[in-house]
Design a protein around this ligand. Structure first.
Ligand code: TYD
Ligand code: MG
Length: 450
């Protein structure tokens, strides 16, 4: 007997469905992004719907917003205060970054919660070895080696749990589709079935997903649209630090960062990030400046290192790690045009210590100071730090939450902080013990420091 099959093409970039293959997606314009998928039968959801009746806001009980404390402060922070019941959370990251370690660690530390950890990647024995390495045990956490979506739902029907972890979405396969595990249509199908299950049962679910070479979660936008929360686990192979960043969160802010350190016995939560972002070097060195920065709700101090040298070849080189290269070029242009430094004949290298990628514009001032310090070969005292955004006319612009930045600098033992000049002060400078220098122009900072 022949089963009825249908061939369609799905754009990997925008998820558009097209009936015939063409080189360029007509919806998003991406080249070579269509992949062939074969559909066998119409999809049908075969479990019962709980809430079929449309409801008024006032009728909806607030209970669904109850959150589970994951016993992991950094993870809670990124989630926006714990796991929301019935939410589907995707943890994406490159292979080897520590996704399985993070998931297992959370599962094994959540005593009193019945958990099912489904692994399609590693055997149960491998997981056991990892748990031994983490020195953790949990009598309420169960493991299952399975990749078939239908079998998983069958198991879940008879085995009630309070949290599901699936490692990874790319290994799952639904028998409704003929395409292989990891294909766009399998990922979409499995993720939407799981979402449906999570919502209907109110069981929070963690999905692990791999990131492909371009830094996208394989089956990129497809998954991001389906899940409630997308967390990206990132880090630099040269550093042991791992950063959990929220890219999308239906239940919290996307600006929060969770910071971990990979150790021989698992991931350690880094509750005080300044410890890793300031190098332990006590000497004053030229080309180094410290910025008081805020990511999410948390202030921390980071060390900026710059190296300026005469360009050996015609084209000066600019390179930057952890800081936007275009912004660096902009700051160099400001120094050249407005403050009179001949940066166009110099190679400039910039590095943010700790391998962290900083988006806070308030580190501009420290970047400029580090560059000038290297250029002049004059060191900046290690007890001074900087905060302020630099504008195109070389003015230093006010930044948000200045009090928090000052407090953090004071807490970490700095004795001077340079901040932008505020016209309307809604904070009292006198209440701080740290010396506060208000500056309004880059040239002014240069004159005071060098
Ligand atoms: P893993 O969680 O398997 O990564 P992913 O699931 O994202 O592919 O992490 C693997 C890496 O972490 C591996 O290089 C070994 C290292 N590791 C430690 O350094 N310490 C540990 O305690 C564990 C469990 C792993
Ligand atoms: Mg893994």
């Amino acid at each position: 007997m022949k089963t009825k099959t249908k061939k369609i093409y799905i754009c990997k970039n925008c998820n558009a469905k097209i009936t015939k293959w063409i080189g360029k997606c007509p919806h998003c314009g991406e080249w070579n992004s269509l992949s062939e998928e074969i559909l066998i039968k119409e999809k049908k959801n075969n479990y019962s719907l709980k809430n079929l009746k449309p409801q008024l806001i006032s009728e909806i009980s607030g209970e669904d917003e109850k959150r589970i404390d994951t016993k992991n402060q950094e993870f809670n922070r990124v989630l926006g205060g714990g796991l929301v019941l019935g939410s589907l959370i995707l943890i994406g990251g490159e292979p080897g970054i520590g996704k399985s370690t993070l998931a297992l660690q959370i599962a094994l530390k959540l005593k009193n919660l019945k958990i099912l950890y489904i692994s399609g990647e590693e055997s149960i024995l491998q997981i056991k070895l990892r748990a031994e390495r983490l020195k953790l045990e949990n009598n309420t956490c169960y493991f299952l080696n399975e990749t078939s979506l239908e079998v998983i739902f069958q198991v879940l029907k008879n085995f009630s749990v309070e949290l599901i972890i699936i490692d990874s979405i790319q290994t799952l396969q639904s028998n409704k589709l003929e395409s292989s595990a990891g294909s766009i249509s399998q990922i979409r199908e499995c993720a939407s079935e799981i979402l449906y299950f999570a919502k209907a049962s109110s069981i929070p679910t963690l999905l692990i997903g791999h990131i492909n070479k371009d830094g996208n979660i394989a089956g990129p936008k497809v998954l991001e649209h389906i899940v409630d929360t997308v967390l990206q686990f990132e880090g630099d192979t040269n550093y042991m630090y791992r950063i959990l960043r929220s890219i999308k969160n239906r239940f919290g802010s996307t600006s929060e960062l969770g910071i971990f350190e990979m150790q021989s016995n698992g991931l350690r939560e880094v509750n005080n990030p300044s410890e890793l972002l300031l190098s332990q070097n006590e000497e004053n060195l030229s080309g180094v400046a410290i910025a008081s920065s805020i990511e999410g709700a948390r202030p921390f101090l980071i060390e900026i290192q710059a190296l300026v040298s005469s360009a050996a070849y015609g084209n000066p080189q600019r390179s930057s790690t952890g800081f936007d290269l275009r912004r660096l070029n902009m700051l160099l242009a400001v120094l050249e045009k407005k403050a009179g430094f001949r940066m166009s004949i110099k190679d400039v290298f910039l590095n943010i210590a700790g391998g962290i990628n900083v988006k806070d514009p308030a580190i501009d001032l420290a970047v400029i100071v580090a560059i000038l310090s290297s250029e002049e070969d004059m060191e900046v005292n290690k007890k001074i730090c900087f905060t302020g955004e630099v504008g195109l006319t070389s003015e230093i612009r006010p930044v948000n939450r200045i009090e928090q930045r000052i407090t953090e600098a004071e807490k970490l033992g700095f004795n001077t902080i340079y901040i932008p000049k505020y016209k309307k002060k809604n904070f009292n400078i006198k209440k701080f013990n740290i010396e506060i220098k208000e500056v309004s122009k880059v040239e002014e900072v240069f004159e005071i420091l060098f």
